[in-house]
Design a protein around this ligand. Sequence first.
Ligand code: COA
Ligand code: AMP
Length: 637
Amino acid sequence: MTTYLETYRASIETPEKFWLEQAENITWVTKPQTIIDDSAAPIYRWFPDGELNTCYNAVDRHIEAGRGDQTAIIYDSAMLGTRQEISYAELKKDVELFAGALANAGVGKGNRVLIYMPMIPQAHVAMLATARLGAVHSVVFGGFAPAELASRINDCSPTVIVTASGGVEPRRRIEYIPAVEKAMDLSASKPSAVLVFEREGFEHTVEEAEQKAKDTGGAVTWQSADDAMAAAQPHEPVTVKATDPLYILYTSGTTGAPKGVVRDNGGHAVALAWTMKNIYDVGPGEVLWCASDVGWVVGHSYIVYGPLIAGATSVLYEGKPVGTPDAGAFWRVIQDSNAKSLFTAPTALRAIRKADPEASLLADYDTSSLKLLFVAGERLDPETYHWATEKLGVPVIDNWWQTETGWAIAANPRGLEALPLKPGSPSVPSPGYNLQVLDPFGEPVGPGEEGNLAIKLPMPPGNLPTLWGNDDRFISSYLEAFEGYYATGDSGYIDEDGYVFVMGRTDDVINVSGHRLSTGAMEQVLAAHPAVAECAVIGLADQLKGQRPAGYVVLKTGADISEEQLASELIASVRNDIGAVADFKDVKIVEGLPKTRSGKILRKTMRQIADGEDYKVPSTIEDMAVLDDIAKVLKSQ
Ligand code: COA
Ligand code: AMP
């Protein structure tokens, strides 16, 4: 048996040999001869002369191997109380027809398709159909508001938008059609068509949208996706280069403008196939349930592409960990789907624990199929780790990654070798990641010493080659801080045994319920209010959600507005401009914001005070009295 250490060393010492071997698990149209192209370093490209189609690898090849009747997707909607099993053969039928429909709507190789969908199987269909055409999808999480959708439309100029009539949340139904209409009004770039998967129980219809578009002389055609499929011919997979983009996924940076992380076809397929076997230990015919959302990277990799490329069964769960109907929902889905591995966020476990501290609802279900529980998206706190381990009786495995990397930078590679687990650590660097801890000058520090977590270039296959249409921003955001390294933006340390500990972000990105959000984007919204002179948004520690955003606002001289009124207006604005998912509910009016003499707001110091952590006041502070004043407010929260 090969050990983790042998594998890791092989991946770092002879990366080309290592990844060429892994590439054998993918079906290529043209097998790659060159493994890595470093001619444009620091931008590296994997498998530059390889050709393939990702959709073929995720769907067709399993049918050709005789597995057409096997279930590809289990769609379990706790919201609707429905359940559906979709075989690989059924999935192929829908995907090839929807690819035909997209082609009829003008989508060809390299064009973009923006997908704004709830958790329904048609989201898989839309993503895979786009990949089948060699086009590029950009999925936008349903919890984002029209303005966020508009900024993504502007950045990637989609030929077509695919949406659904709506999504079902516990407390309300989300109407997607007016949101898409509003986003298109706000954006300069317009698609030629919007295809809508219709769901029952929503107010707005495709016909109305089409009529409205006609009445206003708009050039956008609205069509029911089912009608478009009925009129289409099945489309064959289109061969693309391994280096051609498969998708763009926007993620929060420190500014309001989201970053369009690009994922290519070849490296992504190879990397995900490796992880399914070696990290998640799920193979053909076995069930992986990733309880995230297709709008996040975890959903892209492990609700859609990973399990399907591996020929496994993926569970698509439309529901919450609690309240749909209770804290036993996860245990029911494990039982009903026969899931071998579950992948969720620590927040979901904390929500279950809060509602059912003894996990007494577990007794109602047979969860014996579950062998491994994976968590990611935010730090797994040791308390939650111990609780889940004790209650479920299976290994609870933290894994650390980012939208940019597409797969785990650090994990416990259970399929390769079950390494001992350490609470608070996502275990060891994954093969391919030469992970280092650097001091502020870019020098590696010793074991146990905290610093910037950085990956020595080149990063392994599947990692972002660049940002959409913006090599310069890619280089300045990630590669300039430490020459020869990708800066993750996380700080942490590696202990004597080589275990990684991730302590938190070094920038203004926060993590609410495992959702990555930009405080800069929220500050932009607050600053637009007529009564606000200046503001700061920081992430406060939250027992359930990991972090929650809180805004501190200085009023313009003469502004006459109560804190209560201002708070309700600002909360509504953030909800309206960013989305409900920001969960922005806390506003305080303060006399001033603590700053350095050069005008930089001391957000980190504010967060440390609020969280009761030790903090150092920078010698460059402008006015100590301002910090003392705000400290009183922060300590009271
Ligand atoms: N579409 C539209 N709105 C959405 C949405 C979506 N896909 N997802 C969330 N929202 C809305 C919710 O309806 C809610 O709106 P409200 O303020 O009107 O009630 C708001 O965004 C916040 O939702 P949520 O983050 O789900 O918080 P919650 O308090 O309703 O539930 C948890 C708390 C812990 C149960 C929930 O956050 C959860 O399931 N977290 C796990 C997240 C996860 O799996 N992340 C994986 C990333 S890897
Ligand atoms: P996202 O790009 O949305 O996946 O968010 C990535 C960020 O989430 C990382 O940079 C970390 O700050 C945080 N994160 C993700 N997984 C973990 C983990 N297992 N432990 C600690 N932080 C994590």
